[in-house]
Design a protein around this ligand. Structure first.
Ligand code: ATP
Length: 578
């Protein structure tokens, strides 16, 4: 505690002077190590030195005041090393007690008989005054100590605050900044000199990613922040509320995590080396870096979404969100709120916290409006407005959010036909069709079916941990001739199915083909031009296979097949083996 008296020595000195002025004696105040902290009169030059007398030691030991009316002769003075040179006529000493501990002594010394006389005449009132000053000094020590503890606590608190990844601002009851952490300074471009500045915090009544949206204004700059306000006004008016807000980079990256696909979709992901696919890939490369709207058309399963993702991945928005919205899968009643979002309490049945819309989720990145041809007309009007004005307003809000977004739309419908049927707006069509991309159906991509089959066999063999050594020529031919109305998706499903059912030999054969493909094959044996004429032996082979598909491959099935074909069973076996 010694240090405490020294740390407030300025005050201690003042109190010593007050006593000295009022009682007209010399005063010294020592700490518990007997070092002089303050002194007046004959003690003024001795500040910092040790009092070697024995009276104060006794006061410190006993915690009791002492009045020595006859220095030198008093019992206490017997062992004092200064006894012979002592000029004191009267000495009054009283302890300074802080939290039960003696932290020092106030000593009053009379060097003349007149002084002694005066003091003794009013001893009681002088003692009362002395005790009072003693209390003042101790309460000053208390205040100082409290401030010191509070300062230490603040330091620890600051350390903690600077280690949370959120922005924290503590405001007083006038909305002035009392404290702020490094994140808040960084986010709001503030400095420690901005402490005590007034902040305006307006609740925008909207809810995003687990927090409330606030507009914070300081130094004439406004920031939209997502966070929460915690009232702490029970502490003191300097600490009225704490605003904890999320790091906006973190919010953006959370949105990105929701919206981004885990793997990169480059041009290599789009399998196909046919001429139309080469042209398509060149076009994707060329237009990826522009900001214009793209309308991707093509039959179902041709890879429209894949192309859209490749455009996103090749563009400089690749690290920003990619949000795909399927306009036909969304219930009509929900479409508006899904696309544009809503604020809390916008309508009954809604999420009470409000919801961020797909456009806002995609902000900064790319939105794919898939199956746009199925969008209801009233939504087409709203969409057109968003595309024209490049901003979106949540349902129930009166504040629009600016959009920096690349729009891609896709459909397998003939939009011009839909326009004629009054099911699609012409103005929207032209706004979307700035860059048209048409993906050819699989049957028109020469060489691609074989390439895709090989790649998919490889992919699913790894996925299902199977070793596929071979695909029978006959089986492959059926796949190559199939018209693939479901395009790559159907081919993908077919290969996945076959690899699922293949046995340990790892050979894909015709009888592993799905029924619809086999049926199609069976009813389509025929030819239309010279190139398609096949050797009789091959046709015969295929015909027998077809009959066996129907009759079965058991002994009974084969007997039945031979009967139907009008040949002996032995001939049938011979022909199967060739
Ligand atoms: N060229 C391709 N290379 C590899 N995979 C492809 C290719 N084209 C399509 N696919 C795959 O086929 C499936 C369907 O593709 P996608 O969803 O992109 O087609 P779509 O044209 O958008 O279909 P829909 O019109 O039915 O929405 C996906 O699994 C996709 O990865």
């Amino acid at each position: 505690m010694t240090s405490l008296l020294h740390e407030i020595e300025e005050y201690v000195m003042k109190y010593a002077e007050v006593i000295s002025n009022v009682i007209k004696v010399d005063v010294e105040i020592v700490d518990k190590d007997m070092r002089r902290v303050a002194g007046t009169g004959i003690f003024k030059d001795k500040i910092g030195t040790i009092n070697e007398g024995s009276v104060y030691r006794k006061v410190i030991e006993t915690g009791k005041s002492k009045i020595i009316r006859n220095p030198r002769e008093h019992e206490i003075c017997k062992g004092c090393i200064n006894r012979d040179i002592c000029i004191e006529k009267l000495e009054i000493s009283t302890p300074l007690i802080y939290e039960g501990e003696i932290i020092g002594v106030i000593g009053l010394v009379c060097s003349t008989d007149e002084q002694k006389q005066l003091i003794l005449e009013n001893l009681n009132s002088h003692l009362q005054f002395l005790y009072q000053i003693s209390d003042f000094i101790c309460s000053k020590v208390y205040q100082y100590n409290e401030l010191k503890i509070q300062g230490e606590r603040t330091k620890v608190l600051n350390k903690i605050l600077n280690n949370v990844d959120k922005g924290v601002i503590v405001l007083d009851d006038n909305n002035r900044i009392t404290m702020l952490n490094n994140n808040a300074m960084r986010e709001l471009k503030l400095f420690s000199t901005d402490l005590d500045k007034e902040v305006k915090l307006a609740d925008k009544d909207e809810y995003i990613m687990g927090g409330e949206l606030y507009e914070l204004t300081i130094n004439n700059k406004s920031f939209l922040l997502v966070g929460n306000i915690i009232p702490v006004d029970f502490i003191s008016k300097d600490y009225s509320k704490v605003f904890i807000f999320n790091n906006m980079r973190k919010i953006n990256s959370e949105i990105y995590n929701i919206t981004a696909s885990e793997k990169r979709i480059g041009l290599d992901t789009i399998i196909g080396n046919s001429k139309p696919m080469k042209i398509l890939k060149r076009k994707i490369k060329k237009i990826a870096s522009t900001q214009s709207t793209v309308l991707i058309t093509g039959e179902s399963g041709t890879g429209k979404e894949l192309v859209a993702r490749a455009i996103h991945d090749l563009s400089d928005r690749r690290c920003k969100p990619f949000v795909a919205v399927n306009c036909s899968a969304m219930p009509e009643a929900l479409m508006e709120s899904e696309l544009f979002g809503y604020v809390k309490g916008a309508f009954t049945g809604a999420n009470p916290n409000g919801k961020i819309g797909k456009f806002e989720l995609a902000n900064g990145g790319v939105i794919l409006l898939d199956e746009i041809g199925d969008m209801p007309l009233y939504m087409q009007v709203k969409l057109l407005r968003v595309l024209q004005e490049r901003n979106v307003t949540r349902i129930g809000s009166n504040q629009s959010v600016d959009l920096d977004i690349r729009v891609l739309a896709a459909t397998n419908l003939d939009l011009e036909e839909r326009i004629k049927e009054n099911k699609f707006r012409k103005d929207l069509f032209y706004r979307l069709k700035v860059i048209p991309i048409k993906i050819p159906p699989l049957r028109e991509r020469e060489g691609d079916i074989e390439l895709i089959i090989d790649k998919l066999i490889e992919k699913y063999s790894i996925l299902f941990n199977k070793s596929i050594y071979h695909i029978k020529e006959e089986c492959k031919n059926i796949l190559l001739k199939y018209p693939w109305p479901g395009n790559v998706r159907e081919l993908q499903n077919t290969i996945e199915y076959m690899i699922n059912i293949v046995d340990n030999e790892g050979i894909l054969t015709k009888d592993m083909l799905p029924d619809n493909i086999l049926h199609n094959h069976n009813k389509n044996i025929g030819f239309y031009n010279e190139e398609e004429i096949e050797p009789l032996e091959k046709i015969e082979q295929e015909y027998i296979e077809k009959v066996l598909d129907i009759c079965g491959r058991s002994t009974d099935g084969k007997r039945k097949a031979a009967e139907k074909l009008g040949i002996g069973i032995a001939t049938l076996y011979r022909k199967i083996k060739t």
